[in-house]
Ligand binder design. Structure first.
Ligand SMILES: Cc1cc2nc3c(=O)[nH]c(=O)nc-3n(C[C@H](O)[C@H](O)[C@H](O)COP(=O)(O)O)c2cc1C
Length: 167
């Protein structure tokens, strides 16, 4: 099975998470898994893949614009193949997943074998001044938990390998 792991990112957390997912895959699957930033995606190659893992961060309540457009453009193909979705967000667990559900295509969301929120990272040094200001306010007022959750990432990778929900 040839697997495409594609992610959107602004500050690198979702890229880091996608790489961790890839590392957790069993050898045979990992060797056949291509990992790519949506900005570098070779669209002609999409037809090569048998399954998709798609990751997005949440910014101001919205998913990454290029991932949203990817969902629209490849909707039919994605509905036809095993699909695994993950998000990196401050909104934890089920709260993050609910946020994602509100922004994603309902049919794709229902079709996905798993949809998981896997934590988040904050990299102020990789943000513009506006984002830095906003995140500083959020951190002060909400004091959210920050960090990628390795156990959930490992469970998500197991879910990909088994083609079903994480165990
Ligand atoms: C300006 C800004 C706005 C954000 N807005 C949200 C939000 O609305 N909901 C949420 O759950 N997380 C929010 N986050 C947290 C990001 O989703 C989180 O930091 C994620 O790991 C970023 O991924 P990236 O580094 O791949 O871009 C925000 C972060 C920043 C910096």
């Amino acid at each position: 099975m040839k697997l495409l792991i594609v992610y959107g990112t602004k500050a690198g957390a979702t890229a880091h998470c996608a790489e961790k997912i890839r590392q957790q895959l069993p050898d045979g699957l990992r060797e056949n898994a291509d990992l790519t930033d949506i900005r570098q995606l070779n669209r002609r190659k999409i037809t090569e893949y048998d399954a998709f893992v798609i990751g997005t961060p949440i910014y101001m309540g919205r998913i990454h614009g290029k991932i949203r457009r990817f969902f629209q453009r490849y909707r039919k193909r994605l509905l036809d193949k095993p699909l695994h979705l993950f998000i990196c967000s401050l909104a934890p667990g089920a709260e993050g997943v609910t946020l994602f559900r509100q922004k994603a295509d309902p049919d794709l969301f229902e079709h996905a074998a798993q949809v998981s929120q896997l934590g988040c990272e904050i990299h102020p040094d990789r943000m513009n001044a506006f984002y830095r200001f906003i995140i500083q306010k959020i951190m002060e007022t909400e004091k959210p938990e920050v960090g990628l959750r390795d156990d959930d990432i490992a469970a998500f990778a197991r879910g990909i390998a088994s083609g079903s929900s994480p165990s």
